[in-house]
Design a protein around this ligand. Structure first.
Ligand SMILES: Nc1ncnc2c1ncn2[C@@H]1O[C@H](COP(=O)(O)OP(=O)(O)O)[C@@H](O)[C@H]1O
Ligand SMILES: Nc1ccn([C@@H]2O[C@H](COP(=O)(O)OP(=O)(O)O)[C@@H](O)[C@H]2O)c(=O)n1
Ligand SMILES: [Mg+2]
Length: 239
């Protein structure tokens, strides 16, 4: 019997009400590519529970993360959660954090992890889907450890869009979405942040054997032809 997991985040947060509260706490949760666990129901019977399939989508600013995520959504039915989009949306709905988020984005910094994780967690919990692309997160070791600590979850796979700096600069400066950070001054700061704080996370997942490196140079379709087989390979297993 398949049941959808209502929340991925209850393994380390047993006070929350969710079917996951019933998953044994010592169970290794998101094994790479595993999407089902055996869990006892209220009457003690073991049943299959569908666990969320989480893909972190990493890469420098302008490397094409968002563009490729849209293609993955179209072809493979994932739900796309962009950390940057969630933060930008928060500026219009949360007066308390509006200035802090905008200032951080403009300075090319990283918003405190607890807030970003909370936004991602909320978006996953309110989704009916079980396949997620988390785009632009984690951008620092602090992001990564906060996600693991707060949610108890780990990504199944991590995509890294590898793009030369001059190409990223070219793309960001012609993005034309009216973003606060699409200017040369912020971009220089963002590239420094990427090298200092984000690359260590990419190396971490590489050492863990979870990283899938994609050459981000080429047309959007050429890049997607490298991405497609990653998801095609696991499509049946994560259905
Ligand atoms: N392969 C590509 N070649 C040229 N331009 C691209 C490519 N992929 C994306 N772009 C463009 O570059 C800009 C940045 O892409 P985006 O997907 O927003 O990157 P990111 O989310 O990594 O910052 C956008 O204007 C997008 O249309
Ligand atoms: N995990 C994250 C993601 C984004 N952000 C902020 O949001 C900005 C824009 O992120 P984004 O993912 O939309 O940017 P792109 O890489 O798509 O250009 C970042 O430069 C950070 O200032 C953050 O603080 N923490
Ligand atoms: Mg983006």
């Amino acid at each position: 019997m398949w049941r959808r997991v209502a929340s991925v985040f209850t393994l380390l947060a047993p006070s929350r009400s969710s079917v996951l509260n019933k998953v044994p706490h010592n169970l290794k949760f998101l094994e790479v590519f595993a999407t089902e666990v055996m869990t006892p129901t209220e009457d003690g019977v073991l049943s299959k529970v569908k666990t969320p399939f989480i893909t972190f989508v990493l890469g420098g600013p302008g490397s094409g993360k968002g563009t490729q995520c849209l293609k993955i959504v179209e072809s493979f039915g994932f739900t796309h959660l962009s950390a940057g989009d969630l933060l930008r949306k928060e500026t219009s709905t949360n007066a308390k954090f509006c200035d802090m988020i905008n200032d951080t984005i403009k300075e090319g910094g990283i918003v405190p992890s607890e807030l970003t994780v909370k936004l991602i967690q909320g978006a996953i919990d309110s989704s009916e889907n079980y396949k997620f692309l988390i785009d632009g997160f984690p951008r620092s070791e602090e992001n990564r450890s906060a996600f693991e600590k707060i949610t108890g979850a780990e990504p199944n796979i991590v995509l890294f869009f590898d793009c030369p700096e001059e190409e990223m600069v070219r793309r960001v400066l012609s993005r034309n979405e009216g973003r606060l950070d699409d200017n040369i001054d912020t971009m220089k700061k963002r590239l420094k942040t990427f090298t200092a704080l984000s690359l260590p996370v990419i190396n971490y997942y590489s050492e863990k054997g979870k990283l899938l490196k994609i050459n981000a140079v080429g047309t959007e379709d050429e890049v997607f032809e490298q991405v497609r087989p990653v998801f095609a390979k696991y499509e049946k297993e994560i259905r």
